[in-house]
Write a protein that binds this ligand. Sequence first.
Ligand SMILES: [Zn+2]
Length: 458
Amino acid sequence: MRKRLGLLFLLSFTAQAQEPNALPQADERYKADILVVVAHPDDEGAVTPYLARALDEHKRVAVVFGTRGSSGANEAGAEQAAALGDVREIEARNALTALGINNVWFVPGKDTASQNVLQSLANWDHAECLAQLVRLVRLTRPEVILTFLPGTFIGEDHGDHQASGVIATEAFDLAGDPTAFPEQVAAPMKRLEPWLENLRPWQPKKIYYFPDAEREDIFRGKGPDYSVKEISKSSKQAYWRMALDSFRAHRTQAKSYLDKIGQMDEAQIEKLATSEDGWGEDQHFVLGKSLVGGSVTGDIFEGITPGAVPFARPEVSNEPAKSDLSVELAGPWSFYAEFRRAHALTHLPHPEPPEIALEAPGTLVVPLWIRNSTTKSQVVTLSTTLPAGWTAQSGTGKFIVAPQQVAAARIEVSLPALPENAANKSAPQEISVRAEANGKLIGEAKLRVELRKHTLPQ
Ligand SMILES: [Zn+2]
């Protein structure tokens, strides 16, 4: 007995005598208060006036781009395609460095000329981009994510902008989940571990969106607004002016504009930029969700205190009841209805009826789901009500829908040209698709459509 006690004493004495080894910690240099997720180089310009203010308040900012911007025209040089992407990556980094933001990453999305978020997600390799963004959320541990509003509107409404908002929302809901991409949050099994990343799950506290839409009515009062005309404590310039200076890096996208303002004096720049070019407009945000309370229109950092919050699995709301025989808009419209339910964002503003701007002359595609939950085949008749001069080219008439089938259908409508002397766009007009079965109306899908001389393809 005496002998064993002596041995225990010796062991504990040895343990105390050894210096404890510090276990490695997360790298503080990459901790962010704000993580911005946008699609293309120059999209950061949608929030740089707010970021300039946040940096004044000593917030740490990191930015993720969805693509390197390898498509479109090059105003500054001969480089195109992948080489243009190389140039634009540097331009985006320089734009952010001008504000003092150095933690900038690119996930491997590709420019997609479409308004359809589903095409962007397909072209981006949705799974890979999401995995990489979840990793970057875990690396940067942001308090707040700022991103484009996931929704479809008349506006710039680029599918890639929407895709950045979609993956940012998904990453918000997944990065805190230890079972999502578990290899990222697994501890090393080896010295110089080559696979497991030793990150920790991280739950951001709030997500805010900035809309890409032309209309503002449905966003009013849905989040905080910030004046861009206030003067920065650090630079003694207005926040819009700091944002414009940052934008000067984007020569491949805006050389002619930048050359023009390069020849102006300060008063001329202020007049042009704040009256015509939109640099003077307030920054509007839409609150997506907050896990730490705070008011809808309160400051973005209201309610945020240092330290981690527990992982919050979103509460999926119930699927709305659908009748046995029904028709609804498919494509991005039905996707977003499901997306808002799945991510507890049912309060997010969206236009009713849904809306889209299209190039005319051209074709409008109306994608539809026709649901037959009965036990018998059903004959469904599709018909349209269209403005004068618009014609249904295909997709109307009678269709057999099998028992228990949700069938995809689509109607193509040819759109007339705008008159030569007309403005670049028309007032939106409403179209409707009616579905009937057994002599009864089973559903009606409506859409507001604006015709333009130029816009992104549907
Ligand atoms: Zn863009």
